[in-house]
Write a protein that binds this ligand. Structure first.
Ligand code: SF4
Length: 319
């Protein structure tokens, strides 16, 4: 019999008098497709993205198209979807309001909905909640200079925090902030402040740690990525502030191949995250899984996003 410890994190179980820790290995495709509500359109040109990541998402640029696309994915066996897209010049998700009744229909199909929200005020947060969004995610950035330098917008860390507060007050079931290690052109800057601000005001479901990926076609394509030690520092601090919250390493991180010399960077970052105390990772390398086993973790493979709440795991494929 398994006795689970720490419900919100569900980090381990007891077997034969030994506490086994669980490492959650998430794989997104094909059960959780990503859809852009703006196609490739975006009014910003963030230095780390330059709209490149929108190209990896399926477009659905009208509510009807979104419902049809989700119906198609549901019939093919999808369990959930990520909705995201480009932003307007202030950092608000483009066209979100016009999609809210379609999002309600998708919720009624039984798909788990993760929405990457952009900035939201109180009123928008309430309509997002009543549309049946399960998981709301958004970056949390702790340094105004980094926000200006990377996103080109005049927003403050308090503006990011206010979005999370609005989502929380509106009653969205799961709030999942993303912290990007090295967002400031590869350097650590506001990450610790971002974590501290969240810890004071937000009840987090899963915290996702992502890592700046120097990406071809962007202004930061040639910078050195953050190191595993940088990742370890941020995750260690996050673990200290959030001992009972699930913390995962997101797919958005340098994951280069052996041929491009990126494999060593990938492993460095994955090992740093493990040393810091994460509970799981999206698309972990086999080496990361082997290292987790050698640290006495039991691996649980989950076909979903890393922010999937532990109590939703019965709704997706696991082994
Ligand atoms: S707003 Fe989003 S999609 Fe647009 S450039 Fe910035 S990160 Fe990329």
């Amino acid at each position: 019999m398994h006795i689970y410890h720490s419900f919100s994190r569900n980090a381990g179980f007891e077997e034969g008098g030994i506490i086994m820790r669980i490492f959650r290995a998430y794989n997104v495709w094909p059960d959780f497709p990503s859809i852009s509500l703006s196609g490739e359109a975006c009014a910003l040109n963030c230095k780390h993205c330059g709209k490149v990541y929108l190209k990896d998402m399926e477009p659905a640029i009208s509510p009807e198209e979104l419902v049809q696309l989700c119906q198609h994915h549901k019939e093919k066996g999808a369990n959930g979807i990520l909705l995201s897209g480009g932003c307007d010049s202030k950092g608000n998700l483009l066209y979100l309001k016009k999609f809210l009744s379609a999002i309600r229909q998708i919720h009624e199909m039984g798909l788990i909905i993760k929405l990457h929200t952009g900035f939201v005020d109180k009123e928008l947060a309430e309509t997002i909640a009543s549309a049946g969004v399960d998981i709301a995610s958004q970056e949390m950035v702790g340094d105004a200079g980094t926000i200006k330098k990377i996103f080109g917008i005049d927003a403050s860390p308090e503006d990011y925090l206010a979005t999370f507060q609005n989502l929380q007050k509106a009653g969205i079931p799961h709030i999942c902030p993303h912290i990007c290690v090295g967002l400031d052109e590869g350097n650590l800057k506001g990450e610790i402040n971002a974590l501290e601000m969240l810890s004071q005001y937000i009840t987090i479901s899963t915290l996702a740690i992502i890592v700046l990926r120097p990406t071809k076609g962007t202004a930061l394509s040639n910078i050195p990525p953050p190191s595993g030690d940088d990742v370890e520092k941020v995750v260690t601090y996050a673990r200290k502030l959030f001992p009972d919250i699930k913390i995962i390493l997101g797919a958005l991180r340098p994951r280069g191949s052996e041929e491009t010399g990126g494999k060593a960077q990938r492993l460095d970052i994955e090992m740093g995250a493990l040393r810091g105390g994460i509970d799981g990772a999206e698309v972990p390398s086999q080496e990361m899984l082997d290292a987790a086993v050698s640290m006495d973790f039991s691996i649980k493979k989950i076909q979903a996003y890393g922010v999937l709440p532990v109590d939703y795991e019965g709704r997706v494929r696991t082994d």
